[in-house]
Ligand binder design. Sequence first.
Ligand code: B12
Length: 224
Amino acid sequence: MTVDPSHTQLSSLLDRYLRALLDGDVVAARACIGDALELLAPEAVYTQVVAAALSAIGDGWERSTVTIAEEHLATSLSEVIVADLASRLARSRRRHRTVIVACGPNELHAVGSRIVADFLDADGWDVLHLGAMTPGPALAELAVARNASVVAISVALSSHLPEVGKACARLRALPFAPLVVLGGQAVSDEQIARAAGADFTAGSLPELLRRLDERLPRHEPPAR
Ligand code: B12
Protein backbone atom coordinates (compact mmCIF):
# COMPACT_ATOMS: atom_id res chain seq x y z
CA MET A 1 0.00 0.00 0.00
CA THR A 2 1.50 3.36 -0.94
CA VAL A 3 0.38 6.81 0.15
CA ASP A 4 1.37 10.23 -1.12
CA PRO A 5 4.54 10.86 0.94
CA SER A 6 5.12 14.27 2.42
CA HIS A 7 7.98 16.26 1.00
CA THR A 8 9.78 16.13 4.38
CA GLN A 9 9.51 12.34 4.67
CA LEU A 10 10.94 11.88 1.20
CA SER A 11 13.74 14.37 1.61
CA SER A 12 14.89 12.87 4.92
CA LEU A 13 14.79 9.40 3.36
CA LEU A 14 16.83 10.68 0.43
CA ASP A 15 19.39 12.18 2.85
CA ARG A 16 19.72 8.84 4.68
CA TYR A 17 20.02 6.95 1.40
CA LEU A 18 22.69 9.36 0.10
CA ARG A 19 24.67 8.91 3.32
CA ALA A 20 24.44 5.12 2.93
CA LEU A 21 25.66 5.33 -0.69
CA LEU A 22 28.60 7.57 0.19
CA ASP A 23 29.52 5.26 3.10
CA GLY A 24 29.24 2.22 0.83
CA ASP A 25 26.83 0.73 3.40
CA VAL A 26 24.71 -1.78 1.51
CA VAL A 27 22.68 -2.79 4.59
CA ALA A 28 21.67 0.82 5.31
CA ALA A 29 20.95 1.49 1.62
CA ARG A 30 18.69 -1.57 1.43
CA ALA A 31 16.89 -0.46 4.61
CA CYS A 32 16.22 2.98 3.05
CA ILE A 33 14.85 1.35 -0.10
CA GLY A 34 12.62 -0.84 2.08
CA ASP A 35 11.27 2.33 3.73
CA ALA A 36 10.88 4.03 0.35
CA LEU A 37 8.78 1.10 -0.86
CA GLU A 38 6.38 1.78 2.04
CA LEU A 39 5.91 5.31 0.73
CA LEU A 40 6.12 4.98 -3.04
CA ALA A 41 5.33 2.54 -5.84
CA PRO A 42 8.47 0.69 -7.04
CA GLU A 43 8.45 2.68 -10.31
CA ALA A 44 8.63 5.94 -8.32
CA VAL A 45 11.44 4.61 -6.10
CA TYR A 46 13.66 4.38 -9.21
CA THR A 47 13.12 8.01 -10.18
CA GLN A 48 12.57 9.72 -6.81
CA VAL A 49 15.22 7.85 -4.83
CA VAL A 50 17.74 5.87 -6.93
CA ALA A 51 18.14 8.30 -9.86
CA ALA A 52 17.65 11.39 -7.67
CA ALA A 53 20.48 10.24 -5.37
CA LEU A 54 22.84 9.62 -8.30
CA SER A 55 22.00 13.02 -9.70
CA ALA A 56 22.90 14.60 -6.32
CA ILE A 57 26.14 12.56 -6.31
CA GLY A 58 26.92 13.93 -9.79
CA ASP A 59 26.29 17.50 -8.62
CA GLY A 60 28.56 16.89 -5.59
CA TRP A 61 31.27 15.49 -7.85
CA GLU A 62 30.99 18.58 -10.10
CA ARG A 63 31.36 20.86 -7.04
CA SER A 64 34.17 18.67 -5.60
CA THR A 65 32.20 17.89 -2.42
CA VAL A 66 32.00 14.23 -3.48
CA THR A 67 35.23 12.41 -4.35
CA ILE A 68 35.67 10.17 -7.39
CA ALA A 69 35.98 7.17 -5.06
CA GLU A 70 32.69 8.07 -3.33
CA GLU A 71 30.98 8.47 -6.70
CA HIS A 72 32.26 5.01 -7.80
CA LEU A 73 31.13 3.51 -4.48
CA ALA A 74 27.68 5.07 -4.85
CA THR A 75 27.31 3.83 -8.44
CA SER A 76 28.39 0.31 -7.58
CA LEU A 77 25.92 0.20 -4.68
CA SER A 78 23.18 1.64 -6.89
CA GLU A 79 23.68 -1.31 -9.24
CA VAL A 80 22.95 -3.67 -6.33
CA ILE A 81 19.82 -1.69 -5.40
CA VAL A 82 18.61 -1.63 -9.01
CA ALA A 83 19.02 -5.41 -9.21
CA ASP A 84 16.99 -5.78 -5.98
CA LEU A 85 14.25 -3.47 -7.23
CA ALA A 86 13.73 -5.34 -10.51
CA SER A 87 11.96 -8.14 -8.64
CA ARG A 88 9.45 -5.60 -7.23
CA LEU A 89 8.12 -4.52 -10.63
CA ALA A 90 4.69 -5.86 -11.60
CA ARG A 91 5.14 -8.43 -14.37
CA SER A 92 3.05 -8.71 -17.56
CA ARG A 93 2.39 -11.60 -19.90
CA ARG A 94 5.30 -12.33 -22.32
CA ARG A 95 5.15 -10.68 -25.74
CA HIS A 96 7.58 -13.02 -27.54
CA ARG A 97 9.38 -10.09 -29.07
CA THR A 98 13.02 -9.16 -28.52
CA VAL A 99 14.34 -5.76 -27.47
CA ILE A 100 18.03 -4.94 -27.35
CA VAL A 101 18.98 -2.32 -24.77
CA ALA A 102 22.46 -0.85 -24.91
CA CYS A 103 24.54 2.19 -24.17
CA GLY A 104 25.72 3.85 -27.35
CA PRO A 105 29.35 3.84 -28.54
CA ASN A 106 31.73 5.39 -25.95
CA GLU A 107 28.94 5.65 -23.38
CA LEU A 108 29.94 4.47 -19.90
CA HIS A 109 26.77 5.55 -18.04
CA ALA A 110 25.02 2.18 -17.79
CA VAL A 111 22.72 2.34 -14.74
CA GLY A 112 19.91 3.99 -16.72
CA SER A 113 20.06 1.38 -19.49
CA ARG A 114 19.85 -1.41 -16.85
CA ILE A 115 16.68 0.21 -15.46
CA VAL A 116 15.20 0.53 -18.96
CA ALA A 117 15.99 -3.16 -19.54
CA ASP A 118 14.29 -4.17 -16.27
CA PHE A 119 11.12 -2.15 -17.03
CA LEU A 120 10.89 -3.71 -20.50
CA ASP A 121 11.44 -7.20 -19.12
CA ALA A 122 8.66 -6.68 -16.56
CA ASP A 123 6.42 -5.46 -19.41
CA GLY A 124 6.81 -8.80 -21.19
CA TRP A 125 9.61 -8.10 -23.69
CA ASP A 126 12.51 -10.54 -24.14
CA VAL A 127 15.40 -8.24 -23.27
CA LEU A 128 19.05 -8.47 -24.28
CA HIS A 129 20.97 -5.88 -22.24
CA LEU A 130 24.42 -5.13 -23.59
CA GLY A 131 25.50 -2.43 -21.12
CA ALA A 132 28.23 0.17 -21.61
CA MET A 133 30.02 1.24 -24.81
CA THR A 134 28.35 -0.94 -27.40
CA PRO A 135 29.87 -0.49 -30.88
CA GLY A 136 27.34 0.26 -33.65
CA PRO A 137 28.32 -2.70 -35.90
CA ALA A 138 27.94 -5.14 -32.97
CA LEU A 139 24.47 -3.77 -32.26
CA ALA A 140 23.38 -4.24 -35.88
CA GLU A 141 24.85 -7.77 -36.01
CA LEU A 142 22.97 -8.82 -32.87
CA ALA A 143 19.73 -7.20 -34.08
CA VAL A 144 19.87 -9.44 -37.17
CA ALA A 145 21.01 -12.58 -35.33
CA ARG A 146 18.24 -12.29 -32.70
CA ASN A 147 15.57 -10.83 -34.97
CA ALA A 148 15.11 -7.87 -32.61
CA SER A 149 11.91 -5.84 -32.93
CA VAL A 150 13.34 -2.86 -31.03
CA VAL A 151 16.77 -1.44 -30.26
CA ALA A 152 16.81 1.04 -27.36
CA ILE A 153 19.99 3.06 -26.98
CA SER A 154 20.97 5.07 -23.91
CA VAL A 155 23.02 8.25 -24.34
CA ALA A 156 24.10 10.43 -21.41
CA LEU A 157 26.58 12.75 -23.11
CA SER A 158 25.66 14.90 -26.14
CA SER A 159 29.20 14.49 -27.46
CA HIS A 160 28.31 10.81 -28.10
CA LEU A 161 25.38 11.64 -30.38
CA PRO A 162 27.33 11.67 -33.69
CA GLU A 163 28.51 8.05 -33.16
CA VAL A 164 25.02 7.08 -31.97
CA GLY A 165 23.70 8.60 -35.21
CA LYS A 166 25.95 6.25 -37.19
CA ALA A 167 24.67 3.27 -35.17
CA CYS A 168 21.05 4.34 -35.86
CA ALA A 169 21.78 4.61 -39.60
CA ARG A 170 23.21 1.06 -39.64
CA LEU A 171 20.15 -0.30 -37.84
CA ARG A 172 17.72 1.49 -40.15
CA ALA A 173 19.52 0.13 -43.22
CA LEU A 174 18.91 -3.49 -42.15
CA PRO A 175 16.47 -5.49 -44.35
CA PHE A 176 14.09 -6.00 -41.38
CA ALA A 177 14.92 -2.82 -39.56
CA PRO A 178 13.99 -2.74 -35.87
CA LEU A 179 12.34 0.26 -34.25
CA VAL A 180 15.13 2.44 -32.90
CA VAL A 181 14.51 4.34 -29.67
CA LEU A 182 16.93 6.75 -28.03
CA GLY A 183 16.86 8.01 -24.46
CA GLY A 184 18.97 9.17 -21.55
CA GLN A 185 20.18 12.56 -20.41
CA ALA A 186 21.51 13.63 -23.85
CA VAL A 187 18.14 13.00 -25.50
CA SER A 188 15.87 15.53 -23.85
CA ASP A 189 13.35 15.76 -26.69
CA GLU A 190 11.96 14.10 -29.80
CA GLN A 191 13.83 16.45 -32.13
CA ILE A 192 17.22 15.29 -30.82
CA ALA A 193 16.19 11.65 -31.20
CA ARG A 194 14.95 12.14 -34.76
CA ALA A 195 17.98 14.19 -35.77
CA ALA A 196 20.15 11.26 -34.65
CA GLY A 197 18.08 8.92 -36.82
CA ALA A 198 15.88 7.24 -34.20
CA ASP A 199 12.15 6.62 -34.50
CA PHE A 200 11.37 8.31 -31.20
CA THR A 201 12.33 8.96 -27.60
CA ALA A 202 10.25 8.89 -24.43
CA GLY A 203 10.30 11.33 -21.54
CA SER A 204 9.63 8.63 -18.95
CA LEU A 205 9.66 4.85 -18.68
CA PRO A 206 5.84 4.54 -18.57
CA GLU A 207 5.77 6.62 -21.78
CA LEU A 208 8.36 4.31 -23.37
CA LEU A 209 6.25 1.24 -22.54
CA ARG A 210 3.08 2.91 -23.84
CA ARG A 211 4.66 4.06 -27.12
CA LEU A 212 6.21 0.67 -27.80
CA ASP A 213 2.88 -1.00 -27.10
CA GLU A 214 1.20 1.36 -29.60
CA ARG A 215 3.76 0.54 -32.31
CA LEU A 216 4.03 -3.20 -31.57
CA PRO A 217 0.85 -4.24 -29.75
CA ARG A 218 0.74 -7.40 -27.69
CA HIS A 219 -0.86 -10.32 -29.53
CA GLU A 220 -4.06 -11.27 -27.73
CA PRO A 221 -4.46 -15.03 -27.17
CA PRO A 222 -7.16 -16.55 -29.40
CA ALA A 223 -10.65 -16.54 -27.81
CA ARG A 224 -11.79 -19.97 -26.58
C1 B12 B 1 27.74 7.36 -12.24
C2 B12 B 1 28.24 8.43 -13.18
C3 B12 B 1 29.37 8.13 -13.93
C4 B12 B 1 30.05 6.77 -13.92
C5 B12 B 1 29.19 5.77 -14.73
C6 B12 B 1 29.40 4.32 -14.29
C7 B12 B 1 28.25 3.42 -14.64
N1 B12 B 1 28.49 2.14 -14.35
O1 B12 B 1 27.21 3.80 -15.13
C8 B12 B 1 31.44 7.09 -14.57
C9 B12 B 1 32.47 7.33 -13.48
C10 B12 B 1 31.99 6.05 -15.54
C11 B12 B 1 31.16 8.45 -15.25
C12 B12 B 1 31.97 8.95 -16.21
C13 B12 B 1 31.78 10.21 -16.79
N2 B12 B 1 30.86 11.12 -16.46
CO1 B12 B 1 29.38 10.72 -15.31
N3 B12 B 1 28.03 10.61 -14.09
C14 B12 B 1 27.54 9.66 -13.30
C15 B12 B 1 26.32 10.11 -12.50
C16 B12 B 1 26.80 10.51 -11.08
C17 B12 B 1 25.18 9.15 -12.36
C18 B12 B 1 24.64 8.57 -13.70
C19 B12 B 1 23.45 7.71 -13.41
O2 B12 B 1 23.56 6.49 -13.33
N4 B12 B 1 22.26 8.32 -13.18
C20 B12 B 1 21.04 7.59 -12.80
C21 B12 B 1 20.33 7.00 -14.01
C22 B12 B 1 19.17 6.14 -13.53
O3 B12 B 1 19.84 8.09 -14.75
P1 B12 B 1 19.89 8.13 -16.34
O4 B12 B 1 21.13 7.52 -16.85
O5 B12 B 1 19.56 9.52 -16.74
O6 B12 B 1 18.70 7.16 -16.79
C23 B12 B 1 17.33 7.50 -16.63
C24 B12 B 1 16.75 8.26 -17.83
O7 B12 B 1 17.66 9.10 -18.48
C25 B12 B 1 16.16 7.19 -18.70
N5 B12 B 1 16.97 6.55 -19.75
C26 B12 B 1 18.27 6.18 -19.73
N6 B12 B 1 18.58 5.55 -20.85
C27 B12 B 1 17.48 5.48 -21.61
C28 B12 B 1 17.26 4.92 -22.87
C29 B12 B 1 15.99 5.01 -23.43
C30 B12 B 1 15.75 4.43 -24.78
C31 B12 B 1 14.93 5.71 -22.74
C32 B12 B 1 13.61 5.87 -23.35
C33 B12 B 1 15.17 6.24 -21.47
C34 B12 B 1 16.43 6.14 -20.93
O8 B12 B 1 15.77 6.18 -17.80
C35 B12 B 1 16.58 6.18 -16.62
C36 B12 B 1 15.65 6.01 -15.42
O9 B12 B 1 14.82 7.12 -15.25
C37 B12 B 1 25.85 11.35 -13.34
C38 B12 B 1 25.01 12.38 -12.59
C39 B12 B 1 23.59 12.44 -13.12
N7 B12 B 1 22.97 13.60 -13.06
O10 B12 B 1 23.02 11.47 -13.59
C40 B12 B 1 27.18 11.84 -13.91
C41 B12 B 1 27.19 12.64 -15.21
C42 B12 B 1 26.18 12.08 -16.21
N8 B12 B 1 28.60 12.42 -15.72
C43 B12 B 1 29.09 13.45 -16.24
C44 B12 B 1 30.40 13.51 -16.82
C45 B12 B 1 30.87 14.87 -17.26
C46 B12 B 1 31.17 12.35 -16.96
C47 B12 B 1 32.56 12.24 -17.63
C48 B12 B 1 32.72 13.04 -18.94
C49 B12 B 1 33.57 12.66 -16.56
C50 B12 B 1 35.01 12.67 -17.02
N9 B12 B 1 35.56 13.85 -17.19
O11 B12 B 1 35.59 11.64 -17.23
C51 B12 B 1 32.71 10.72 -17.86
C52 B12 B 1 32.21 10.26 -19.25
C53 B12 B 1 32.32 8.77 -19.42
C54 B12 B 1 31.75 8.25 -20.71
N10 B12 B 1 32.60 8.06 -21.71
O12 B12 B 1 30.57 7.99 -20.80
C55 B12 B 1 28.15 14.66 -16.19
C56 B12 B 1 27.55 14.92 -17.58
C57 B12 B 1 27.36 16.40 -17.83
C58 B12 B 1 26.93 16.62 -19.25
N11 B12 B 1 25.63 16.61 -19.48
O13 B12 B 1 27.75 16.75 -20.12
C59 B12 B 1 27.12 14.22 -15.09
C60 B12 B 1 25.70 14.77 -15.27
C61 B12 B 1 27.72 14.67 -13.73
C62 B12 B 1 27.66 16.18 -13.54
N12 B12 B 1 26.72 16.69 -12.76
O14 B12 B 1 28.46 16.90 -14.09
N13 B12 B 1 30.05 8.99 -14.78
